[in-house]
Design a binder for this molecule. Structure first.
Ligand code: PLP
Length: 389
């Protein structure tokens, strides 16, 4: 086949998969089919609705155990989880944090909340995550090691951390990136807000490095709003927990606090929802995998458009199914999809093109910009995949 897909080819392929789902077909809807109502109701019945309660402790245990991490600290949202993790590592004023430009704006905002500077680096086309080869070449050009620290020769600031993102649930090249972090003595932590349930080399994301998750309403499971940090580092965990729970010294009645800290605690109501959603996660993952397979088949014979497969050696949670297009005007395609009540979305505007991040340090971002012109996300709700499980 030589001609490229037309918008109507793409619309027909999507319609074949979503079939008679009610219109509009949203991008991603939450799915509650288990103990959600029962657990939330029990909080209301017994009065434990706020920042202390049995579901908070249980959600932390269940999440750590699911991910294969020693510890999990749950918080009010994913942005605060990233902020708290950076802040607890001591990253702040005078530091730069390497993050992709091709990510949701919260990744960069959390870096700024910590007082540090987001430094944008290039993406690669198999995972949409950070390109380790481009990153290594770039660091050798712009950075130097001084007293064991990586210093940006152009800004004079310390490059303190490397924080890749698993875009749409597809794990990025973690091993190669971690290797770079070791070489340059950078903290390594994963923005895994989109990747709960994804695996790398057979291990769940969140099991090997400090990772941050989000349970916003559009993520694979939701607590209404919520986030978490998983880690295997006990000291880091204790400090993180302390700093995100008002630095209160445990005591039955006294208000002893030993530093200026945050109130980032997840309420018990939200944790109750989280416990029930986590019970459902294995089934949700099956539905999303089946949905992605149906989309892949539907696009198999359409030239110039394909579903992005999970990178080899990984499994994706297929949070959002990603269509790679070539040579299409995405604005007009998205308009036609919305006219058909198929509420597809483009990928985010690369962060270095947003006004508040336009003058931040960055590498060459040609691949990022090309990807931003090629990608749309297809309706990916669990409900759409269930008929295919
Ligand atoms: C959702 C998301 C966040 C932030 O999570 P919230 O819970 O919405 O604060 C951060 N980074 C990425 C890549 C996300 O997709």
């Amino acid at each position: 086949m030589t001609s490229t897909a037309t918008p109507s080819d793409i619309i027909s392929a999507i319609k074949a998969v979503v079939a008679d789902a009610p219109r509009p077909v949203h991008l991603h809807e939450p799915y509650f089919a288990g103990n959600e109502a029962a657990y939330v109701t029990s909080c209301i019945d017994d009065g434990w609705v706020s920042s202390v309660g049995a579901f908070v402790d249980r959600f932390e245990r269940d999440l750590a155990s699911y991910c294969g991490a020693k510890y999990a600290a749950v918080m009010v949202n994913g942005t605060c989880a990233i902020h708290a993790a950076l802040e607890t590592l001591g990253i702040g004023e005078g530091d730069e944090v390497l993050i992709p430009s091709l990510t949701f704006v919260a990744t960069a905002n959390a870096v700024v909340h910590a007082g540090a500077t987001p430094h944008f680096v290039e993406a690669e086309t198999t995972s949409l995550g950070m390109d380790p080869v481009a990153l290594q070449n770039y660091l050798h050009r712009i950075a130097a090691k001084e007293n064991g620290k990586a210093v940006n020769k152009l800004t004079g600031r310390t490059i303190a951390a490397l924080m890749p993102v698993h875009i749409f649930g597809h794990p990025c090249q973690v091993a190669a990136l971690q290797h770079i972090a070791q070489e340059w003595n950078l903290h390594f932590l994963e923005d895994a807000t989109e990747a709960l349930g994804s695996t790398v080399g057979g291990s769940r994301v969140g099991s090997t490095h400090t990772a941050m998750f989000s349970f916003n309403g559009n993520k694979i499971i939701t607590t209404g709003g919520g986030g978490a940090v998983t880690t295997n580092d006990e000291q880091f965990y204790r400090r993180l927990k302390h700093r995100t729970t008002t630095a209160k010294q445990p005591h039955a009645w006294a208000f002893g606090h030993d530093e200026v800290a945050f109130n980032y605690r997840m309420p018990n109501l939200n944790a109750a929802l989280g416990c029930a959603q986590l019970e459902q996660l294995p089934r949700l993952l099956l539905a999303k995998r089946a949905l992605a397979a149906r989309y892949r088949a539907a696009f198999e014979n359409i030239a110039g458009a394909h579903i992005l497969p999970e990178p080899s050696g990984t499994t994706s949670n297929y949070w959002l199914v990603t269509l790679m297009t070539h040579g299409l005007d995405l604005e007009s395609l998205l308009q036609q999809l919305h006219d058909e009540k198929l509420l597809c979305r483009p990928i985010w505007q690369p962060l270095h093109t947003l006004p508040m991040y336009a003058h931040h340090p960055r590498s060459d971002l040609a691949v990022t910009e090309q990807l931003a012109r090629s990608i749309i996300n297809l309706p990916s709700s669990v409900r759409l995949g269930l008929p295919y499980v």
